[in-house]
Design a protein around this ligand. Structure first.
Ligand code: RTP
Ligand code: MG
Length: 137
């Protein structure tokens, strides 16, 4: 069964909408295979988003991701990666389809509520960044 990584970002954790976001995953048929609340160090966030290291928004992205705790979740189900991306909506909440997580909970392109793996290959890397195999069920 396909797995993908979701991060509920510091803005959504601060807004106390973790349960509402996780409920959307379940309502869409995805299962929670692992989940935990954690806080990224600067080194963690720079490594996690290393693919964006040369982008102009990199420092803002890292600063934002370490600004408070996050909730990381392994989602499992048919087409889990694409399904999660669909539930999330566009990166910029102003462009996100109504009813998506970002349309409903995000404030800006930086504080955009959730992260989701964007390929199966990245999902594997991102899941093992946060979880040991024995923590995933
Ligand atoms: P994510 O990786 O967080 O799931 O978001 P994404 O795939 O939709 O977007 P991506 O292109 O991977 O960018 C990662 C995060 O960087 C911030 N960003 N800011 N100011 C900008 O132009 C800009 N572009 C991207 C966003 O917070 C985005 O989620
Ligand atoms: Mg991305």
């Amino acid at each position: 069964m396909e797995q993908t990584l979701s991060i509920i970002k510091p803005d959504a954790v601060a807004k106390n909408v973790v349960g509402q976001i996780l409920a959307r995953f379940e309502a869409a048929g995805l299962r929670i295979a692992a989940t935990k609340k954690t806080r990224l160090s600067r080194v963690d966030a720079e490594a996690f988003y290393a693919i964006h290291a040369e982008r102009p928004f990199f420092k803002d992205l890292v600063d934002f991701m370490i600004s408070g705790p996050v909730v990381v979740t392994v989602l499992e189900g048919e087409n889990a990666m694409a399904k999660n991306r669909e539930l999330m909506g566009a990166t910029n909440p102003a462009e996100a389809e109504p009813g998506t997580i970002r349309a409903d909970f995000a404030d800006s392109i930086d504080a955009n509520a959730v992260h989701g793996s964007d390929s199966l290959e990245n999902a594997k890397v991102e899941i093992s960044f946060f979880f040991a195999q024995r923590e995933i069920h």
